[in-house]
Design a binder for this molecule. Structure first.
Ligand code: ZN
Length: 406
């Protein structure tokens, strides 16, 4: 099968290149201080991770990525666009080895649940289908996955059933819990239901009520993944529902009084663009004791702050996942990163206001206004009024890019 050949190539590449002693934190820090402009002032200092500054998306964006990328093998980085949960679009680069390591560890986590990459998958994903439909479609066929998005839930019952029929032919579901929940609500009253072996949710936190509902409808366990585009999986639930930290990352847990711990990650594999002490703004709660599944190390009991209520509701009752809108905003920002933050305010059934913060001149504003409104009207079939407001956006510990105000 083509997908198995694809993954085997990367797993073999990881095994050949991986060397535990080489992958130490010290080696990464030394390399970074000597080769990456932003950290060059640390070159002659004692290399301890605490000397490295904490970074975030805002710092990457303001400083410019050139200061964070190695000068070696220029142009060989793989781009990862970060968008989804924060409303501060930027991109980072990884190299081929980091991708191999990410896939290798993803597969290890999947193995805990008797799954492996390459098995047939239904991917519940929003962005992509409408914008990059052609390329993603080929990729999805090669990787043995079927894409389900918010458009598949719109229309008559028989049309939805036809769209979702593919769910009967896959081994597992993967993706946004808000979309998987829609599938559960649809099949709840159907006589025959898909029977996936497992369901893996990511990107949004699932409430225990919704989790139970999905498990009951599809009669299989739901496992939650916690990660981000910058470093892929940060932690993954085992069969005991504890999140185990990904061993390819160095993770610091900074106590936030009264709330839990804030996650700070260092990617031990990425030498193309070293990601060191990176904060996403996520607060987690830790377990006090070792997990009974037998895997050593500290575990997380819950991730706070992300929501699964992420649908734009239109007057005719149809719904569109908000990430389809954030994708269009990010695409407009592709060539010059002038948008530093955005927030989508869903005011009522007739109005969405998109607040945009950044460094714009008059022409930029006119261009963005025209471009965004035209693309969003196309996406939303002119069913809702869209306004664009250029203004500063309040910063919170986790900048939530979607607000529903009714
Ligand atoms: Zn465990």
């Amino acid at each position: 099968m083509i997908s198995n050949l694809f993954y085997k190539k990367y797993f073999d590449y990881y095994r050949i290149k991986s060397n535990v002693s080489e992958r130490s934190l010290q080696r990464l820090l030394k390399y970074t201080a000597e080769n990456i402009d932003y950290y060059r002032y640390l070159e002659n200092d004692t290399l301890s991770i605490s000397k490295f500054p904490v970074v975030n998306k805002e710092i990457y964006r303001k400083t410019g990525l050139d200061s964070f990328v190695t000068k070696e093998n220029k142009n060989k980085g793989i781009v990862r666009r970060t968008s989804g949960s924060t409303g501060s679009p930027t991109k980072i680069y990884i190299d081929k080895f980091t991708l191999a390591s990410q896939l290798f560890h993803r597969n290890k986590f999947f193995n805990l649940h008797d799954l492996s990459l390459g098995m047939s998958e239904a991917r519940f994903w929003s962005r992509g289908k409408s914008i990059f439909y052609g390329t993603n479609n080929i990729k999805n066929i090669l990787l043995n996955r079927k894409l389900i998005n918010d458009l598949d839930f719109f229309g008559s019952e028989s049309q939805c059933y036809k769209n979702l029929y593919t769910l009967f032919n896959v081994i597992y579901f993967y993706g946004y819990p808000s979309l998987i929940l829609k599938a559960a609500n649809f099949f709840e009253n159907e006589k025959s239901r898909p029977c996936p072996k497992k369901i893996i949710t990511t990107a949004e936190v699932l409430t225990s009520h919704d989790k139970n509902h999905i498990e009951n409808v599809f009669n299989c366990p739901v496992i939650q993944e916690y990660g981000c585009s910058e470093v892929d999986i940060i932690a993954f639930q085992c069969k005991c529902n504890s999140y185990h930290l990904n061993p390819r990352l160095y993770i610091e847990l900074e106590e936030v009084s009264g709330s839990g711990h804030e996650i700070i990650v260092t990617d031990l594999d990425n030498y193309y663009m070293p990601i060191i002490r990176y904060k996403m703004g996520d607060i987690v709660k830790l377990n006090d004791t070792q997990c009974s599944c037998g895997i050593p190390g500290r575990t997380i009991s819950s991730i706070c702050g992300r929501t699964s209520d992420r649908f734009i509701v239109l007057r005719d009752g149809s719904e569109i996942h908000v990430s389809a809108i954030s994708s269009i905003i990010n695409a407009s920002n592709k060539y010059d990163s002038k948008i530093s933050k955005f927030r989508i305010d869903h005011i009522n059934l007739d109005l969405i206001d998109i607040k945009i913060e950044g460094n714009f001149n008059h022409e930029n504003k006119l261009y963005l206004n025209k471009e965004l409104i035209s693309k969003l009207n196309h996406l939303l079939n002119d069913k809702i009024t869209i306004t664009i407001t250029f203004s500063e956006i309040d910063n919170s510990i986790k900048h939530n890019y979607f607000k529903k105000l009714f």
